[in-house]
Design a protein around this ligand. Structure first.
Ligand SMILES: CC(=O)SCCNC(=O)CCNC(=O)[C@H](O)C(C)(C)COP(=O)(O)OP(=O)(O)OC[C@H]1O[C@@H](n2cnc3c(N)ncnc32)[C@H](O)[C@@H]1OP(=O)(O)O
Ligand SMILES: O=C([O-])CC(=O)C(=O)O
Length: 373
C-alpha cells in the first residue's frame, strides 16, 4: 500500500458524511443538501439544529417539539457551579466551558450506550445546557452571580440574556441567532475532526465535545474571533488599524480573521453575511467606526497578501456591537457548533471505523550492536 503524506492533512478526505460539504466550485456551504448562506437568511438556529439532527427542515410542530426538548434541558446540575467556583482566578472562559461539559458526563446514567437514540438524547441535553454552561462559567469566573435561564424567551434570546443579563432587542436577537446559524456546522474543521477521532475509539459524546473545546480554543481556529476584537480595540481608528496590520505583516505575523484552509484566496461567504449584520448594527446605533475599520483592514489584506476575511473577522465586531464580553466570543462559537459536533459524533458512532493514521518517520535508525557499552 502506498502511503501519502500531506502536512496538516491538507486536501485529505478523512470521512464520509451526509452532514455538510464546502463546495468551493459551486461556492456553497452545503448543509444536508441546502446552502448555509440561504438558510441563514430564512431560518433560525433551531431549524438548523433540527435539520442537522434529523435531515430535514422542521415543520412547526417538529420545531416546537425540539424547542420543548431543549428547554427541558436548560437547567444543569448545581454542582457544576461549585466546580466553576473552585477554578483558579484567570481561568480562560473556554477552559471553564471545557470543564462544564466534562462534568456533565458523570450525570449520564447510560454512559455505555452509543445507540443513535441515546446519542440524540445527549445532543438535546448538551444543546439545552450549553447557554447555561457558556454564560455561567464565564460569570462565575468573573465573580458575577449565576443567572437562571428564562424559558419564556427563544433559544437564542435566552442565550443572549444569560450572557448579558439583558433581553435583546428584536434586531439583536435576529443577528445573534443568525451568527449561531453561521457558526453551526462547517464540514471538517480541526475541532470536528478532533471530536470524530475521539468518538472513533467508541468514546462518548461528552468526551468528544470536551476535546473539541480544546481544539476550538486555539487562535488558528475559534480563538481568532477574540483576537480580532483585541486588534481592533488596540488600533482604535481606520488609520491605526491600517498601520497595525501593515506592521504585523512586515513582522511576518499572521493576521487573525484572515485566510482559511479551504477558501484560501476567497472570502468566506459567512463573513459577508456578518459584514452586512455589522452594517445594520452600526446604522441602528449611529456609530459606524468599526464597520469602516474592518473594511479598511479588508482592503489592506487583499492588497498586501491577497487574503480575505473568514467568519471570525466580522463575527467579532458584530458581537462587540451586540454588547457581548470579548472573552465569551469563542465559547459562543462553541455553543453554536455544539450541534455540528453532536451530529458528527452520532454519524461516527453509527458507522464507525477507528481513526489510526501512519507517520512519515524522519528520525534516525540505529543498530544496538553498534553501541559500545
Ligand atoms: C471560523 C474559523 O475557525 S476560520 C479560521 C480562523 N483563524 C484565523 O483567522 C487565524 C489566521 N489565519 C491563519 O492562521 C490561516 O489562514 C489558517 C490557519 C486559517 C489556515 O492555515 P493554512 O491552510 O495552514 O495556511 P498557511 O498557514 O499554511 O498559510 C499559507 C500562506 O498564507 C499565509 N497566511 C495565511 N493566513 C494568513 C494570515 N491570516 N495572515 C498572514 N498570512 C497568512 C501564510 O503565512 C502562508 O504564507 P507562505 O506560504 O508565504 O508561508
Ligand atoms: O473550516 C474550518 O477549518 C474552520 C472554520 O471556518 C469553522 O470551523 O467554521
Amino acid at each position: 500500500m502506498e502511503l501519502n503524506y500531506s502536512p496538516g492533512l491538507d486536501g485529505i478526505i478523512a470521512a464520509e458524511t451526509k452532514l455538510s460539504f464546502l463546495d468551493t466550485v459551486g461556492s456553497q456551504i452545503v448543509i444536508r443538501g441546502f446552502d448555509l448562506i440561504e438558510l441563514s437568511q430564512r431560518y433560525s438556529y433551531l431549524d438548523i439544529v433540527y435539520l442537522l439532527l434529523h435531515g430535514e427542515i422542521p415543520i412547526t410542530e417538529q420545531r416546537n417539539d425540539l424547542q420543548d426538548k431543549l428547554k427541558s434541558n436548560y437547567q444543569v446540575p448545581l454542582e457544576i457551579f461549585q466546580i466553576f467556583k473552585l477554578l483558579p482566578n484567570g481561568t480562560h472562559a473556554m477552559d471553564g466551558l471545557r470543564t462544564g461539559i466534562s462534568v456533565l458526563a458523570g450525570y449520564d446514567q447510560q454512559m455505555n450506550d452509543r445507540s443513535t437514540e441515546k446519542n440524540l438524547g445527549r445532543a438535546y441535553r448538551l444543546l439545552g445546557s450549553m447557554p447555561n454552561i457558556v454564560a455561567n462559567s464565564y460569570r462565575v469566573l468573573n465573580g458575577q452571580d449565576v443567572v437562571e435561564p428564562d424559558s419564556k424567551l427563544s433559544y437564542s434570546a435566552n442565550f443572549y440574556y444569560m450572557i448579558t443579563g439583558r433581553k435583546p432587542t428584536s434586531l439583536e436577537e435576529e443577528i445573534f441567532d443568525q451568527s449561531l446559524v453561521l457558526y453551526s456546522e462547517h464540514e471538517m474543521p480541526n475541532s470536528t475532526f478532533t471530536a470524530r477521532v475521539i468518538a472513533s475509539t467508541q468514546s462518548d459524546l461528552y468526551g468528544a465535545l470536551t476535546g473539541a473545546v480544546a481544539s476550538l480554543k486555539g487562535n488558528l481556529h475559534g480563538g481568532a474571533n477574540e483576537a480580532v476584537m483585541y486588534m481592533l480595540l488596540e488600533a482604535k481608528t481606520v488609520e491605526g488599524f491600517e498601520t497595525l496590520l501593515k506592521n504585523k505583516l512586515q513582522n511576518k505575523e499572521k493576521i487573525m480573521g484572515f485566510g482559511h484552509r479551504v477558501y484560501m484566496k476567497k472570502m468566506d461567504p459567512r463573513a459577508q453575511i456578518m459584514k452586512e449584520a455589522l452594517y445594520k448594527l452600526c446604522l441602528e446605533q449611529g456609530d459606524d467606526r468599526l464597520y469602516h475599520m474592518c473594511e479598511a483592514g479588508e482592503k489592506v489584506m487583499v492588497q498586501e497578501k491577497g487574503l480575505y476575511p473568514n467568519l471570525d473577522y466580522y463575527a467579532a465586531p458584530v458581537y462587540y456591537m451586540l454588547g457581548l464580553p470579548i472573552e465569551i466570543y469563542t465559547p459562543i462559537f462553541f455553543g453554536s457548533r455544539t450541534i455540528g459536533l453532536c451530529a458528527h459524533v452520532i454519524e461516527q458512532h453509527d458507522n464507525n471505523r477507528l481513526f489510526r493514521p501512519r507517520v512519515h518517520y524522519i528520525g534516525e535508525r540505529h543498530n544496538l550492536e553498534e553501541l559500545s557499552v
